[in-house]
Design a protein around this ligand. Structure first.
Ligand SMILES: NC(=O)c1ccc[n+]([C@@H]2O[C@H](COP(=O)([O-])OP(=O)(O)OC[C@H]3O[C@@H](n4cnc5c(N)ncnc54)[C@H](O)[C@@H]3O)[C@@H](O)[C@H]2O)c1
Length: 406
C-alpha cells in the first residue's frame, strides 16, 4: 500500500491513550513526512486555517509567518503551538518572509485590497504562490495577475476551495464526469447566512477594501456556477442592496456600504440559465445548489447548526425519475478534516497545492477561473447600481479584458 493511500487513523495520532506507541512503531497513525516549507502572509482567520490544515495534512510544514499586526502573529503562534511543536519563524517584514531561501511556497492570506501589492513582492521570489480569493478588488488588477501568471516561472493558485466541499465535489463529479443529468439547462445557487464576521480593521465592511460583497464572498459561488454551466457568461442582471447589516457602522467617518442581499441572474453562451440568491441577515448558515439537465436534477445542500453549535450536514440528492437510479445521501469527510476548516474544503485544496509542489497532476483554481468569477461578480455589482442587465462582451471590452476573457 502506498503511503498516500493507506487508511491513516488520524484520531489516534494525538490520542492521549495511544501516546505509548513510540514513533518507530507508528504505521496507521504515523504523521506524514512534511517536505515543503510554507510561509503564511496574513495570519488572521484564513491564514490560521491554512496553518491548521497544513499541520493536519502533514505534507507541508509552516516554516514562518508574517503579519503587519503583532497581535495577529501572537494569536496565530499561540494557536499553532497547540497543534505543532515545530519551530516557527516570525519575519519582521514581507520581503524577508518571501525571499527566505528555505521557503518553498508563499500563501497570501491578507485582506483583498492588499493582495495585488503583497503579490508584487512575492513574485520576486519566483516561488509557487497561493493567493486567497478574490484575487483582487478590481478587475484591472485581476487581469494583470492572469497575465503575470502566464509568464511566471512557477504557479499561482487561487483560494477558491468551495469546489472541494464534499457536496459540490460530488455534484461536479456527477454533472461533469458522469454526465448524470445529460445536458445541463439551469443552475440555481443560494447562500443564507449571518452577517460578515469581524475582521482586522473591519476591512470586509467597505466596498473599497473588499471589492464589494458579491466579489468578496460570492466569487466562490460564481466560480461553482461557472464550472457547472461549463460555458462563458454572456449577460448578468442583479438586484440587491444593504437592507439590514452594519447600517450604523462608521469607522473614521466612513459608513459601511456593503450589500447584504442580492438576486443575480446569469445567461451563458450555451443557453444555460443560472441564478444566485444571497441573504446575509439570517441566524444560521445554509447553502444550496440545484442543477437541472434534460435527464434530471441534482440538489447539493449544506446546513450549519451554528447557533446550537451542532454538527453541520451536507447532502446530495440525485433525482432521475425513469432515466436512472435516484439517490439521496449524506456526504462528508472525516471529522478531523471537516473541523480543520470550511468543512474539509481547505484540506483538499492543500492536497492539490502539495501535489503541484511535487509536480503531480491537478491545478486547483487558476487565475483565469478567478478572473471569470470576478467578472460575473463585478458585472452583478454594476447591475445592482445601474438596474440594467450587463452584456458581458461590452463589459469585458470596457474593462480592457478582451484579450484574456474571450
Ligand atoms: N477561501 C476562503 O474560504 C476564505 C475564507 C476567509 C477569508 N478568505 C480571504 O482571505 C483573506 C484574509 O481574510 P481573513 O478572514 O483571514 O481576514 P482577517 O482580517 O481575519 O485577517 C487578515 C490578516 O492580514 C493582516 N494584514 C493586513 N494587511 C497586511 C499586509 N499588507 N501584510 C501582511 N499582513 C497583513 C491583518 O493584520 C490580519 O491579521 C481575504 O482575502 C479573504 O477574502 C478566504
Amino acid at each position: 500500500m502506498s503511503e498516500s493511500n493507506k487508511p491513516r487513523l488520524r484520531a489516534f495520532e494525538t490520542a492521549p491513550h495511544q501516546k505509548h506507541i513510540a514513533d518507530e512503531d507508528r504505521y496507521l497513525y504515523k504523521s506524514g513526512q512534511a517536505s515543503h516549507k510554507l510561509v503564511v502572509i496574513g495570519t488572521g482567520t484564513i491564514g490560521q486555517e491554512h496553518m491548521r490544515v497544513a499541520a493536519l495534512l502533514g505534507r507541508g510544514k509552516i516554516h514562518g509567518i508574517f503579519d503587519t499586526s503583532t497581535r495577529s502573529m501572537d494569536v496565530a503562534e499561540e494557536n499553532f503551538r497547540k497543534i505543532s511543536a515545530d519551530p516557527l519563524i516570525r519575519y519582521n517584514d514581507l520581503e524577508s518572509a518571501c525571499m527566505d531561501p528555505a521557503v518553498d511556497a508563499i500563501l497570501i492570506c491578507t485582506p483583498n485590497f492588499t493582495h495585488f501589492e503583497v503579490l508584487q513582492t512575492a513574485l520576486k521570489s519566483e516561488k509557487p504562490i497561493f493567493l486567497e480569493k478574490p484575487m483582487a478588488t478590481e478587475l484591472g488588477e485581476a487581469a494583470k495577475i492572469v497575465e503575470i501568471a502566464e509568464n511566471y516561472k512557477s504557479f499561482i493558485q487561487i483560494g477558491l476551495q468551495y469546489r472541494y466541499k464534499a457536496q459540490y465535489a460530488e455534484a461536479l463529479h456527477e454533472v461533469l464526469s458522469r454526465n448524470t443529468l445529460g445536458e445541463v439547462k439551469t443552475v440555481s445557487m443560494s447562500e443564507y447566512r449571518p452577517p460578515f464576521l469581524d475582521k482586522v480593521k473591519q476591512w470586509n465592511k467597505f466596498n473599497e477594501f473588499s471589492g464589494g460583497t458579491l466579489v468578496e464572498k460570492c466569487c466562490h459561488y460564481f466560480d461553482l456556477i461557472n464550472l457547472m454551466a461549463d460555458s462563458k457568461p454572456i449577460r448578468v442582471y442583479a438586484s440587491g442592496g444593504q437592507a439590514s447589516n452594519f447600517l450604523d457602522l462608521e469607522i473614521d467617518g466612513r459608513k459601511s456600504d456593503i450589500d447584504d442581499h442580492a438576486f443575480v441572474v446569469i445567461d451563458y453562451e450555451n443557453e444555460v440559465r443560472a441564478n444566485f440568491t444571497l441573504n446575509m441577515f439570517c441566524a444560521d448558515f445554509s447553502e444550496e445548489l440545484i442543477v437541472t439537465g434534460n435527464n434530471g436534477r441534482i440538489l447539493a445542500s449544506e446546513k450549519s447548526n451554528f447557533q446550537q453549535q451542532g454538527p453541520h450536514e451536507a447532502t446530495l440528492q440525485v433525482e432521475l425519475g425513469e432515466q436512472g437510479a435516484s439517490r439521496s445521501s449524506q456526504v462528508g469527510y472525516p471529522r478531523l478534516v471537516e473541523q480543520s476548516g470550511h468543512h474539509g474544503a481547505t484540506f483538499y485544496e492543500h492536497i492539490v497545492l502539495m501535489d503541484r509542489l511535487e509536480n503531480k497532476r491537478g491545478e486547483g483554481a487558476t487565475p483565469l477561473q478567478g478572473l471569470w468569477a470576478m467578472i460575473v461578480a463585478s458585472a452583478a455589482q454594476e447591475s445592482v447600481v445601474s438596474k440594467q442587465a450587463v452584456e458581458i462582451d461590452e463589459f469585458v471590452d470596457r474593462h480592457q479584458l478582451s484579450s484574456l476573457a474571450r
